[in-house]
Design a protein around this ligand. Structure first.
Ligand code: GLU
Length: 399
């Protein structure tokens, strides 16, 4: 007799990651021979730079095949601290390795941070739209995610005043992500400074996810670290996945006060232990050969910018529906003209079925009128995919 599986209360409301689900569906359709253009996953299509691959191969030969310290190898933690210290204003107290935890992707760093800082009864402000996993991670920590809808006239960004309005006595923190997934918006220095000031006054935790920091087109994106913030309630998260084209290596990290770092290490010590040893050595090469890495990133940025411009061009008239893509590698498009309860989901479904293009419905980011298209794919596919998006979108415009 087979008995029905009833999920535990921990995950009763958990939804599978929509970004990964779209990627899996596109992969399955391609494997079945369908010529699907995948604008779903946010994954650079470049190879990991050769000097990093070589360092990893050498590390395996040299025996990097065993457990490491849960929090990561000392040399990598030091390289991460040094990388962050380059952003700090003169005179700011430098980070040390003791404030760094290396994890299996920045996703795990974010999860560790949510588990360490938030719990039942806590509310956390989430500028919306935000990456799908923030909402679910907060719920897994049994905290309450409070979406704060961004201003459509300002690239769907939130202001300090909007956050203050959504706060209650139970508010404990705010999630930041600039450049932003899914919108591609980039917060200005002033916008970030205002939010940090409010958070400091309110003693909120700030979790700043800076995984797209190096991917900005109009001007360099600002890290919260450049603003000399109070650091006793600040956790900065980053990783090698996006800028260094290292998604599959799964290396992310957190920079946090020492006591928080210890708590995050404890969480990790009972879940995944150390991230893969070989991947840590690859990340160490990426962070310690700064000139080589900068050159590789600059080369990828030329391609990303060319694609960003090309997809905007391919959108033609439909460009007016897009948030200005100033960073990351996503276009966020208002498809409300498609109508119905969840226009983004219907649009994404029709686009895949009738036009073989995969995108992520905006409902994954709590904004059902929108869709997210990633242009982290070849120029040719990005342009053709976006042309089909534009075609479907303009066909639904009221005449
Ligand atoms: N962060 C990327 C995305 O939003 C990769 C998939 C995921 O982990 O969500 O597409």
């Amino acid at each position: 007799m087979s008995r029905k599986f009833i999920p535990s209360a921990n995950i009763a409301n958990l939804k599978e990651s929509a970004t990964l689900a779209v990627a899996a569906k596109a992969r399955a359709l391609k494997a079945a021979g369908q010529p699907v253009i995948d604008l779903g996953a946010g994954e650079p299509d470049f190879d990991t730079p050769a000097f990093i691959r070589k360092a990893a191969a050498d590390a395996v030969e040299a025996g990097a095949t065993r457990y490491t310290a849960t929090e990561g190898i000392p040399a990598l933690r030091e390289a991460i601290a040094a990388d962050a210290n380059r952003l700090l204003p003169e005179g700011a107290e430098p980070f040390t390795a003791a404030q760094v935890v290396v994890s299996s992707g920045s996703k795990q760093s974010l999860f560790n941070a949510c588990m360490a800082c938030f719990g039942p009864g806590d509310e956390v402000l989430v500028p919306t739209p935000s990456w799908t996993s923030y909402y679910e991670m907060l719920e897994l920590a049994r905290a309450t995610a409070v979406p704060v809808l961004g201003d459509p006239n300002n690239s769907l960004k939130v202001t300090a005043a909007m956050l203050a309005e959504s706060a209650t006595p139970r508010t404990r923190g705010v999630m930041l992500n600039s450049p932003c997934n899914p919108t591609g918006a980039v917060y200005t220095r002033e916008e970030l400074a205002d939010i940090l000031k409010l958070a400091d006054e309110q003693a909120w935790w700030v979790l700043s996810d800076e995984i797209y920091l190096r991917i900005a087109y109009d001007e360099p994106a600002t890290s919260v670290l450049q603003l000399a913030p109070a650091r006793d309630r600040l956790i900065v998260i980053n990783g090698v996945a996006k800028a260094y084209a290292m998604t599959g290596w799964r290396i992310g990290w957190s920079l946090a006060p020492t006591a928080v770092t210890r708590a995050m290490i404890a969480v990790q010590s009972h879940t995944t232990s150390n991230p893969a040893a070989v991947s840590q050595h690859a990340a160490l090469a990426a962070l310690s050969h700064v000139e080589q890495a900068d050159a590789a990133i600059a080369e990828m940025m030329v391609a990303f910018k060319r694609r960003r411009d090309a997809v905007l061009n391919a959108l033609g008239e439909a460009r007016k529906y897009a948030v200005h893509p100033a960073g990351a590698f996503y276009l966020y498009l208002d498809v409300s003209s498609y109508g119905g309860d969840n226009p983004g989901a219907r649009f994404a479904e029709d686009l895949l079925e009738k036009h073989q293009v995969a995108v992520v419905p905006g409902s994954a980011f709590l904004t059902p009128n929108w869709i997210r298209a990633s242009y982290a794919t070849s120029d040719e596919l990005a342009i053709e995919g976006m042309r089909r998006v534009a075609q479907l979108l303009t066909s639904t415009e009221p005449s």
